[in-house]
Write a protein of this length. Structure first.
Length: 131
């Protein structure tokens, strides 16, 4: 390519509006578990179509087998996902034994998702490169 042609391409491309792509953090997703009006704040740190892994924030313990309701917005798609979830496993990790600080996490599974919610989760996972 000649230098003259490159200059014209540069001049023509300078007049085009530049699109700004705003990056959105996929995780953690802030939400809460609700049981009879009592809310426990959590962070969703990993999401699948079966359920999610959540870090419990603040004082709060969940027990295996308990049912909660939750709903949260998927960051990339701005669509709501939620419904009834069940605690499958709990994980406790001691962060600082002297101060008795414990990192509490729980694996929760969706009891019933609509097909639209399942498709939205798959689209979200695909958009962030997890699936």
């Amino acid at each position: 390519m000649s230098l003259r042609l490159l200059n014209w391409e540069r001049i023509l491309s300078a007049g085009k509006p530049q699109t700004v792509i705003k990056k959105v953090k996929a995780y953690p997703i802030e939400t809460a578990l609700d049981l009879n009006g009592a809310k426990k704040p959590i962070e969703v740190i990993l999401l699948t179509t079966a359920g999610f892994l959540a870090r419990l924030k603040g004082p709060g313990i969940v027990h295996v087998g308990e049912y909660y309701t939750t709903s949260f917005e998927l960051p990339v798609l701005q669509t709501l996902v939620g419904g009834e979830v069940r605690v499958i496993k709990t994980y406790d990790r001691s962060v600082d034994p002297k101060a008795k600080v414990v990192d509490r996490m729980a694996e929760l599974h969706f009891e019933s998702l609509t097909e639209e919610q399942r498709k939205n989760i798959l689209s979200f996972l695909s958009a962030i490169g997890q699936k």
